[in-house]
Design a protein. Structure first.
Length: 150
């Protein structure tokens, strides 16, 4: 998941939790999700670096150079108008471009730059593995032990 470990969503959504857990079960990894979390309280209680992705912050390249990489990171992306309080609670407000953009795209770009692309070389222990292929799909599916022939 581009190097992220968990997603926290303020609105309770059991369906998205189920979908994310299903993907993790099939493809592997240690990614988790929690929804219905009080966002303000979570942010205020967080011990680490709080990064708010926005159009109005420090440029991405400058911000990444200034970040302390030894602390846990909380990355805030808002799907709607973000309350001004989060700009103040953030350790740093980071601009991923200065035009309106997709929150998912901003998060992906940030994580790619922050991890220097290392996320792309991680392997996972899931039942489904997608292998790079110039054409077509190269998918490996682990056989259940009960399906194996003697």
């Amino acid at each position: 998941m581009f190097g992220a470990d968990e997603i926290i969503i303020d609105t309770k959504d059991e369906k998205i939790e189920e979908n994310i857990r299903s993907v993790v079960d099939r493809f592997g990894g240690k990614f988790s999700i929690r929804s219905g979390i009080n966002a303000r309280r979570f942010v205020k209680d967080f011990q680490g670096t709080i990064i708010h992705l926005t159009m109005y912050g420090e440029t991405l390249d400058t911000a990444i150079k200034e970040m302390e990489c030894t602390k846990d990171l909380l990355i805030i992306v808002g799907a709607e108008k973000v309350p001004a309080e989060y700009y103040e609670l953030a350790t740093i407000n980071v601009s991923v471009g200065n035009q309106p953009h997709s929150e998912v795209a901003a998060l992906a770009i940030f994580l790619d730059r922050f991890t220097k692309g290392s996320w792309a070389h991680r392997t996972f222990d899931g039942d489904v593995k997608i292998n790079p292929s110039k054409k077509g799909k190269d998918v490996q599916i682990k056989k259940d032990q009960t399906d194996e022939e003697p």
